[in-house]
Design a protein around this ligand. Sequence first.
Ligand code: VOV
Length: 248
Amino acid sequence: MNEAALTLEGWYALHDFRSINWTAWKAADDEERAGALEELHNFLQEWHGDEQSGKGSTAVYSIVGQKADFVFMHLRETLEELNALENAFNKTTFAQYTTKAYSYVSIVELSNYMASGDGDPKANPEVMARLQPILPKSKYICFYPMNKKRDLDDNWYMLSMEERRGMMRSHGMIGRGYAGKVKQIITGSVGLDDWEWGVTLFSDDALQFKKLVYEMRFDEVSARFGEFGSFYVGNLLNEQLFEDMLKL
Ligand code: VOV
């Protein structure tokens, strides 16, 4: 059997994609809409509070295109907390005007392909900051799930650790070229959701998503082994922008 990469796990992640039922939203009266906005406002405040107190992090983005209208990306310590967040939201009046578009459950993951091997990684504040990241409030988000191929000819899981490490090093070198332009959060989802990883990218220049993902397509680990799900791209929302989006 080949050696599995060792992984470190951090906060659990829930990407909760919703669409707005515009017909119902427009049919609601002013008072009902104001109440719904108030509840939404309270949730955004509460999630901000969770972030301030180190309990997790939440990012809110609108989604461009027809796959969804917005996403809540939540990071929390436990699956119970994520479940409580989505249930609490589902009980709001505002949620009645939304439909569930897609969701993804995973956990922030670092592997040992590039690790130094010195000491307890969880004692390293830099490692902990990557395992329990405060989500950047960059202008744009890009999310997609992916697998590493398991075909007879190209099976990532049948490669030796050395072969995989070599390819991950090359992958990391390309990624490094985007330092300061794109921040990636890789979440593992083997056993948690339908794909093996969630890739969430943040940037202040959406074009950098295209540049990075395209460049990686030529790199062996993506070219030979990458299989990709649907891409979701969106614009940062804060309370005001969310309200503006919902204004009739
Ligand atoms: C901003 C760019 C960027 C950078 C710097 C970067 C670096 C790194 C490093 C150093 C490592 C390995 C160690 C670790 O940290 O785990 C990884 C790991 C990983 N990556 Fe990556 N990646 C980036 C970006 C980046 C992108 C755009 C993608 C999607 C690929 C594509 O073709 O669309 C991706 C995927 C992954 C995955 C699925 C993993 C886990 C693979 C596994 O088998 O375990 N990644 N990644």
